[in-house]
Design a protein around this ligand. Structure first.
Ligand code: G4P
Length: 527
């Protein structure tokens, strides 16, 4: 049998970050097409059918009160195995969206050519930056009118403070997209459409002279732009890419499959394979060490007949074999892995083995929470996952005071699982805690579970709080005495100062520079 490090070397574990509608779903589908996992892309099935699938999922989400669409997709490409982690967006946006990035080794940022960077792209990018995650950029929808490519590069550099280095360059204006220059090989790749993008796009490789003869003015315009890029030295630098300082840029159209292959090739050729993960003391656990993994997401199943919890774990070292007994770090208890799944959408396939970089869903994960390590001796503890600043706040009150005990138990459980953050005012006690979340969907989940799982129907009322900053004990009295500011604490001790607007926060910061008002990851951008 091959050692885990060899299996790891074949793997690429990555996520796509984008704003809703930039084309993440379409691109995912096309990745599967190029990976041979789909005969023809799903979009070609009647659009109605795709819609129906979406709404089925949504209905099920509603029934279960959770997002079931967010997991991992594994498919082969060339000699590699790609693990594509989904970052839930739209109404599913939650802390899970961010935590998924803790399990990825690289990310593909998809931008809509007409829109450039949008609020959700920015939030997710911040999390990538926090981890120095290598980032590839795909400028999508080049088949229709969009912005000037150089202007898009400027926007990336100005807003994200990362240097865009185009690997491909488009020939033909947005809306009349002919092909791309592959700057690495100095060739021109001309694309041809296939009916509705159902199968791989036709690609013809041309020399520059042939391209000049074929494409005329469009070629002349592209070469002018390329000369400009050469002048500013916008060339890929693998070392700086791995540190997240530069982002290789690709132009394409997921709908027509233009540029999809070049992007997938880059995932394999540029993105890093799983590396030894540092433990809490900063010591890397070798890939060939015995099995270890960490939990990056826990999903409670709210169907009363299957009240189980699935823990999604990313393998960090060793070989996982279904049925092996592993140890759960925080409790020291053995954990049986008879029910190990790969989970995508409603589909659950049993997984027999897994290697570093792979993701497994473990059923019956009672007592397991996000950040926990599972391993076979020697023990390991991985660093805690970062906390993300909540941006939505509601007050929770049990509807029937006779159910207060159940309410309190449920609230404590949801806090511990990280479904919502539960905040308390030091004077108000337990009656009406403040629930805080990254995305409003988390409240729906909390409310559903309080009612159905804990038997405590709960009223959630809106508040005027909009921005949170982490603060400390010393700053608390001053903050509490201010108008339009409140200080709330989590059970584990973290304190948040809450403000009604970014404007008010800026004012307090300006007037009281001595106060601790710490910004958390991925916070402070609207949308
Ligand atoms: P998301 O997951 O990021 O939210 O985006 P999704 O792939 O669902 O794409 C959003 C819309 O953009 C879809 O259109 C999709 O067909 C379109 N789209 C994606 N990639 C491209 C592209 O390269 N070129 C063009 N022109 N359009 C693209 P829709 O009308 O909302 O949905 P549908 O009816 O096509 O399914």
């Amino acid at each position: 049998m091959r050692p885990p490090s060899e299996e790891a070397a074949r793997r690429r574990t990555f996520a796509i970050i984008s704003h809703p509608d930039a084309g993440k779903t379409t691109l995912t589908e096309k990745f599967l097409l190029y990976g041979g996992a789909l005969q023809s892309a799903g979009a070609v099935k009647a659009r109605g059918e795709r819609r129906r699938v979406t709404s089925d999922w949504m209905e099920m989400e509603q029934k279960r009160g959770i997002s079931i669409t967010s997991t991992v997709l594994q498919f082969p490409y060339r000699d590699s195995v790609l693990n594509l982690l989904d970052t839930p967006g739209h109404r599913d946006f939650s802390e899970d969206t961010y935590r998924v990035l803790a399990a990825a080794d690289a990310a593909v940022m998809v931008l809509d050519a007409a829109k450039g960077i949008e609020p959700q792209t920015l939030k997710l990018f911040e999390v990538c930056r926090e981890r120095n995650l290598p980032l590839l950029t795909f400028i999508n929808k080049w088949d229709r009118p969009g912005r000037d490519p150089l202007e898009l590069l400027d926007q990336i550099e100005a807003q994200l403070d990362i240097v865009p280095t185009p690997v491909t360059w488009p020939v033909g204006i947005p809306g009349d997209f002919r092909g791309v220059v592959d700057r690495g090989t100095s060739t021109y790749v001309r694309f041809t459409r296939t009916a509705r993008g159902a199968t791989e796009a036709g690609e013809k490789v041309r020399t520059f002279d042939e391209a000049a003869a074929e494409e005329g003015e469009a070629w002349a315009a592209a070469t002018d732009e390329l000369a400009l890029l050469d002048e500013v030295g916008a060339h890929a630098d693998p070392e700086r890419f791995r540190k997240g300082e530069v982002t290789p840029v690709f132009f394409g159209s997921a709908l027509t499959n233009f540029g999809v292959r070049l992007l997938l090739d880059a995932v394999v050729d540029l993105a890093p394979s799983p590396l030894p993960r540092d433990d809490i003391a900063g010591l890397p656990r070798p890939l060939d060490a015995p099995f270890s993994a960490f939990v990056f997401k826990v999903q409670a199943n709210m169907d009363p007949s299957h009240r189980d919890r699935i823990a999604f774990v990313r393998v960090c070292s060793g070989r996982f074999e279904r049925g092996m007994v592993v140890e759960h770090g925080p409790s020291g208890k053995p954990f049986a892995t008879k029910y190990a799944h790969s989970v995508f959408g409603q589909e659950r396939d049993t997984i027999e083995e897994a290697w570093p970089g792979d993701v497994i869903g473990l059923v019956n994960a009672t007592g397991v929470t996000v950040g926990d390590a599972l391993y076979v001796d020697p023990p390991v503890e991985f660093p805690r996952l970062p906390e993300f600043a909540p941006e939505h706040f509601v007050v929770a009150r049990v509807r029937d005071t006779g159910r207060f005990k159940q309410f309190r138990r449920g609230i404590a459980q949801l806090d511990e699982e990280g479904v919502v953050q539960v905040l308390r005012d030091q004077d108000l006690g337990d009656q009406a805690p403040l629930l805080a979340a990254v995305g409003p969907m988390q409240f729906e989940v909390a409310s559903h579970r309080l009612e159905h799982e804990f038997g405590a129907p709960t009223e959630l009322s809106p508040t005027t709080w909009r921005v949170a900053r982490r603060t400390d004990e010393a700053s608390t009295p001053a903050l509490r005495s201010m108008h339009g500011v409140a200080v709330y604490a989590r059970a584990e001790g973290t304190r948040y100062a809450l403000f009604e607007s970014p404007y008010w926060l800026a004012r307090v910061e300006g007037e009281h520079p001595g106060l601790v008002l710490e910004r958390l990851v991925a916070e402070g951008t609207a949308g």
